[in-house]
Design a binder for this molecule. Sequence first.
Ligand code: ADP
Ligand code: ZN
Ligand code: ZN
Length: 799
Amino acid sequence: MNIAKVIVDVPSSVVNQTFDYRIPEKFQEMLKPGMRVVIPFGPRKITGFVIKRIHESSYENLREIMDVLDITPVLTDELLQLGRWLAEKTVSLYISTYQAMLPQVLKAKYSKEIIRLTDIPLPNVLEQKLQQKNAISFEEALAVLGSYKNLQYYIEKGDLAVQYVVASKATKRYKTLVYPSSPEHLKEGLKKTNNRAIRQKEILQFFIQHPYPIDQTELYQQLQINRSNLKALIDKELLTLKKVEVYRNPYEEEFKKTKNLQLTDEQELAIRPINNSIENNVHKTFLLYGVTGSGKTEIYLQAIEKVIHKGKEAIVLVPEISLTPQMVKRFKGRFGSNVAVLHSALSVGEKYDEWRKIHRKEVKVVVGARSAIFAPFENLGIIIIDEEHETTYKQEESPRYHARDVAIKRGEYNDCPVILGSATPTLESYARGKKDVYHLLKLTKRTNEKPMPQVDIIDMRKELHEGNRTMFSRALTEKIKACLIKQEQIVLLLNRRGYSTFALCRDCGHVEECPNCDISLTFHKGENALKCHYCGHEQPMPIYCPNCESTSIRFFGTGTERVEEALTKLIPEAKIIRMDVDTTRKKGAHERLLKRFAEKEADILLGTQMIAKGLDFENVTLVGVLAADSMLHLPDFRSSEKTFQLITQVSGRAGRHELTGEVIVQTYTPDHYSIELASKYDFETFFNHEMQIRKTFLYPPYVFLALITISHENEQNVYSVAQQIRSKLENKLHDGSFILGPSPSPIARIKNRYRYQLMIKYRHEPYLQQSINKILEDFQDERRRDLQILIDFNPYQLM
Ligand code: ADP
Ligand code: ZN
Ligand code: ZN
């Protein structure tokens, strides 16, 4: 077994396969699949993942592995398999799926150091070296110990540890703890200690009263001693020193312990089949469809508790924007330090810390955004995806995977349940629930027995006809004022999409567009600049129209900034917190703004989608949706579904506690079924209606979609390749599958690249991925000349 199959870090489909390398003597005993290695590749030195060890290679003159980067594997056997499956399913490179599974730090370059963790004697030369310095280089340690195997031995035993020296400060931190020996031993030691050794006696007394490990510096401070005072006691083996890792803790506060709630009858019914699946180690996918506030989270918590009892582990996915301190608190409150949190707002180092807690099996539960689905647990007992309808579960760069598919795959591998929870499930999931592909569980009542808040639809066309030119209906204005008097709070939601502010010349109708992309520029008032949200192009706001030189340039559309301004004019006494991409860019800003609102520093929380989810404020009694239909007219077959989801989700924010809530939805299309049915909380009717439409126009869940986007600077080139792809594919598809296009993408040009798309609609094409892979190979030359072909299965972004 002295040959390793390695996936190399070269982002090219030509090398999307394993390469064989000889394993030199020094690595033979320690090298395992899932470790990263350094190998020669052509003239270069690159990294790769060991997938397998084999006896013989069909190639001759194999080159040798140059270095091994890990002492323990970073990818488990399951993840190695999963990465392979995922790459094939999404037509991505193996290297990109493996990299997607690891924290960023492990992709960077770094050097390694060896430090000691205990006072247990080490081989002589090493002992000397480590007494002179705290850390020695990895290479030096290796030279002293003579082999990788020896080094691995001390590391696995816990005497030594590898420390990564990363340019970004993402290295580990350690503190030294003083461990007392048993109280009997200490008492005996105290008796034997010479009466003049006052310090030693004090220290022993201290530990007899506090029989716990304590931070060395803290002990020095408390007892006013220094290391020399400890030395004699360490020599007598009454105390030992041990270095332990200090994790950077982004959620510093201590969490109050919470207990299981007595489940309601509905909850009891819903959790039973989940518990069965846990007990019997059977994989099943459950769709937990429960209205907002029906106690889905309590079901997650109690199911997880059962899993932990069995000695197994749990993954909980929540959308990035719902991963608030409130949410984290609910899990840490129940499971304490058994919980790791993976969140994109963490620094690189913090993410690495959290990942390592999982890797070292120091935690049993991970709560995180999409990529937490790859947590390297080896004994998974449950996977939960909360708000399963959220589109953030789909990764929009390669590998373009959906976390739900990965979850189900891992559920199968681990024989454990997968729970998809939502108040507004996707049509795909609900249809599967109805066909018993998923096991459907329903919660129809709020746990507080309160009805869902009343939703009023306001026709904004009528407002305009009756002379109200503002963006606030009279009803909404009045209700806001009434709330202010009662000192209750208000949440106002704007849809970011369709809400950008563009500059239009009133004389000639000219709209300033991005010179690189086919899209109008957005006005940013703070900087008095126009910006492109696709390529980042930025230009000062023109004074004269570039087309007709008129000075009548006006802004259209309604950004959050403008709404805030208008609102302040209308109700000057209202204190407003605005939450959008601009005000939440800084780390922790999101949480700070929410905290201020929770502490009633403001009356109104005004923001984009990011305020619609998971927030739970006792004092919010009014929710306003400013233009519910701004999403309806996008070229996206999911626009009705998304509108329904959004209105339902925000309505769930009002009146969750003692006070009753009210919702106002302003719209120009009050008769649209998604708005009307959402205001009645009638998901079932919405589902049936929308399914009819999907059936008629052949959209998911009646078919699967694959979107191929081709782009290049030369439009003719793009069109011609798109045509060729179409005819190559046509030959391979079965009856009942078809291809739409090539047609220009809804945004026909981005960053000076022309974009055309092909949409494949199909029901059953088991070889589609292979066919597409073959086509990618056929166009290798074009792709080398900067032609891009993007493949997106089950696409969410159709632009
Ligand atoms: P969901 O996740 O479905 O929106 P939550 O789990 O947040 O609902 O529950 C809403 C509220 O009801 C929370 O404040 C929660 O503590 C409370 N709750 C949940 N289950 C129970 C129960 N069995 N008894 C009493 N209160 C409950
Ligand atoms: Zn003009
Ligand atoms: Zn642009």
